[in-house]
Design a protein around this ligand. Structure first.
Ligand SMILES: Nc1ncnc2c1ncn2[C@@H]1O[C@H](COP(=O)(O)OP(=O)(O)OP(=O)(O)O)[C@@H](O)[C@H]1O
Ligand SMILES: [Mg+2]
Length: 448
């Protein structure tokens, strides 16, 4: 081969190699461009996705308006700020993003390092929860319940913090208002209690005075009745001793006059008429003396005295009567109990005569254990007790009966209705028992 031809071949070969090299580089470049474009596309897609996620997160955060939610970078500067945070703290995004978190704390808490302590706690324990006063942009304070959590990246590195906080000022306001209302209520209750206590004390003392007055009235009444009985006893004795003697004397004189007058003489007839009047007077005197104070009541006891009185009353007013005494044969009760039972029976019988238009009457005096029971029953017209209440025409008989019963610790009951007769029940508990009820002396000897 000629040298010129050989040189040309060599050149051609070098040119081909160069072309191949250029082709290879071109192909590599194209592949690199394609790869780059694919990666750029992927990046665009992930950026788009990220933007989308961020927008969604923003939407979520902003839809939570009752809570302030914001993120803080690892250096403690505010990064993200939702509507709730803007509303609670008064800062807009532009105001606050990039500011240190300390701007949200009160000056004292900032001085104490509370902002840093919160982040430290979130880092070390995962989260920091507290309730404290925070500062608004306008300087006012509000009470916040908050939670700060640390945010960690894939490689375990700190990427920042998120804080969720709620304004408790309104709750605190209502709690304060509730507490104030509670305190006010307590003080009113205390005041009312003390008013009630003093009202009760004055009522108690009034009640005490009233009881004392009642006791005095009762004692006076008892005394009055004793005096009345003594007086009746004295008058009865006087009537019997003087008037009775004189009537007896008069009767004897009339007998003498009658025997001295001639049979058929007009004088004798008049003397006999006078003798009949004197006899009636004698009976009436006897009855009234009995009514006043039968000596037998003191001497032989209430059962015998009442038996006699019922018999005489029946004769005097022409109303049939029965008397029964059970368990009273040898037993005697205290004098005031006997007098009370006697007087109550007497008033009951007087009422029967005055009001009942009865055909017959039964009087029962009975011992039931230690209790003395008196029953006076008539078959008369009865009466309506409710109509008596407050009526000015009412007498004092029933009231006196009641008083007498209660003065000796007993009770009085009346069973009656128009057309159904009337029954008076008196019960004196422990009348036969030993002891000092009503300060009485007790019966001689109780029956078995
Ligand atoms: N056994 C009775 N039958 C019918 N009514 C009676 C009987 N006992 C009492 N009353 C009625 O009860 C009223 C009140 O009796 P109470 O003995 O208190 O008064 P009084 O007999 O009218 O007057 P006082 O007893 O003071 O002389 C009588 O007016 C009478 O209407
Ligand atoms: Mg009466």
């Amino acid at each position: 081969m000629r040298p010129v031809a050989a040189a040309s071949v060599k050149r051609d070969q070098a040119a081909r190699r160069l072309e191949d090299e250029i082709l290879r580089i071109k192909m590599e470049f194209r592949a690199a461009v394609e790869q780059y474009e694919t990666q750029a596309e992927e990046l665009r897609a992930s950026r788009e996705q990220l933007r989308h996620s961020e927008a969604r997160l923003r939407l979520v955060l902003d839809s939570v308006t009752n809570y302030a939610i914001f993120t803080v970078d690892p250096q403690g500067r505010i990064e993200n700020w939702n509507i709730g945070a803007a509303r609670a703290f008064g800062y807009s995004d532009e105001d606050v993003v990039g500011q240190p978190i300390g701007v949200l704390f009160t000056a004292e808490d900032r001085a104490n390092g509370a902002d840093q302590a919160e982040m430290t706690m979130a880092r070390e324990k995962g989260q920091s929860v507290d309730e404290r006063w925070h500062a608004r942009k306008d300087g006012s304070r509000f009470f916040v319940s908050g939670m700060m959590a640390a945010l960690w990246g894939d490689r375990g590195d700190l990427v920042g913090y998120v804080k969720i906080a709620r304004d408790l000022t309104e709750r605190t306001y209502w709690e304060d208002a509730l507490q104030a209302a509670h305190t006010e209520l307590e003080s009113r209750v205390e005041q009312r209690t003390s008013e009630l206590a003093s009202a009760k004390a004055s009522l108690d003392s009034e009640l005490h005075e009233r009881r004392q007055a009642e006791d005095r009235v009762r004692a006076l009444l008892g005394r009055l009745m004793t005096v009345q009985e003594d007086e009746r006893r004295r008058i009865a004795r006087d009537l019997h001793d003087h008037l009775g003697q004189q009537v007896a004397g008069l009767s004897l004189s009339m007998q003498a006059l009658e025997s001295s007058a001639q049979e058929g003489d007009g004088l004798r007839v008049r003397v006999r008429d006078a003798q009949a009047v004197i006899a009636r007077l004698d009976r009436d005197l006897d009855f009234f003396t009995w009514e006043l104070r039968p000596p037998v009541l003191d001497d032989l006891g209430v059962a015998i005295a009442l038996e006699h009185f019922v018999r005489e009353w029946s004769k005097n007013f022409g109303i049939r009567s029965q008397f029964h005494a059970r368990g009273f044969t040898t037993a005697r009760l205290a004098r005031d109990v006997e007098t009370s039972l006697y007087r109550i029976a007497q008033e009951a019988l007087n009422n029967i005569y005055k009001h009942a238009t009865a055909n017959s009457v039964a009087v029962l005096l009975e011992r039931r254990g230690d209790e003395a029971v008196l029953v006076v029953e008539d078959d008369g017209q009865g009466f309506d007790r409710t109509k008596l209440t407050g009526s000015s025409e009412t007498g004092i008989g029933l009231i006196g009966m009641d008083e007498r019963a209660s003065l000796v610790g007993g009770t009085l009951e009346i069973e009656t209705a128009p057309g159904r007769g009337t029954t008076v029940f008196v019960r004196v508990p422990r009348a036969f028992a030993g002891g000092s009820q009503s300060g009485r002396k007790v019966a001689d000897e109780a029956e078995p």
